[in-house]
Design a protein around this ligand. Sequence first.
Ligand code: FUB
Length: 306
Amino acid sequence: LVQVSLVLVLLWMSAAVCFADNPVIGNTFTADPAAMVYNNRVYLYTGHDEADVNGTGYVMKDWKVYSSTDMVNWTDHGTPLSVSAFSWAKGDAWASQVIERNGKFYWYICAEHKTIPGKAIGVAISDSPTGPFRDALGRALITNDMTKFSSSYWDDIDPAVFIDDDGQAYLYWGNSVLMYAKLNSDMVSISGSITSVSLPNFTEAPWLHKRNGIYYLSYASGWPESISYATSQSPTGPWTYRGVIMEPTAHSGTNHQAIIEFKGQAYFIYHNGALPTGGDYRRSVAIEKFNYNSDGTIPTLQPTST
Ligand code: FUB
């Protein structure tokens, strides 16, 4: 009887640990994670879902920052950036990513443009990873250009930024079609032209990372969204499709990922609808540890909370 009780207690404890760990932010609905490793800390930048429990669309007005030295205990740094910081924007604080260059922090965001129909990408700047941030340009960096891409109202969403070892920075973004451009070293202007990329089943949410000389481009694919990825020898492709990292989760049609390495461990950071009363418009950031396969491919991951 003692042994059975012990096993039951251990089972309960391991279930409790899983529940406590994922979603990692339990008191606020958070979505569209991006992560940056800086000075031995992980900074987690998220969107903020504020739709009520019967909501039928996104209510997103600002972005949040958390940080951790162990990926388990997270410090809440509040809400250092909101749509109101961008005079050209009128709402929809959608996905974003922050990167550091020469001691400055650049926060690429997506919001609805006040005067140009559709979403646009802007950039805020700060001296600290936790802000305060201010609009770096006073105008959007990327706006809807129907003449070039005849694409949709939503094509300029989900900015992802990457700086290669040679110092060249790249901005990726898109919905239905992936686009990318080089950034100048000022990080707030585009160098050259915008290129579109064909990827199998690309929906949105690009994320670029590099490991052992291989460039990984992960993205949300299909609907409901899986997270798929492709690899290349270059940040501009050509890309070889490698498969699915995560199948759709149970309570959120969207998923949106960041992939980082911290203290020698790889992490897949994503969102789901797993909190009580969570769902499509009330999402939560979750994290899975993973190990690359010996050939550098990424295994398919099971969400530990759905
Ligand atoms: O959060 C709003 C949108 O939902 C994001 O821009 C997409 O990636 C999807 O997660």
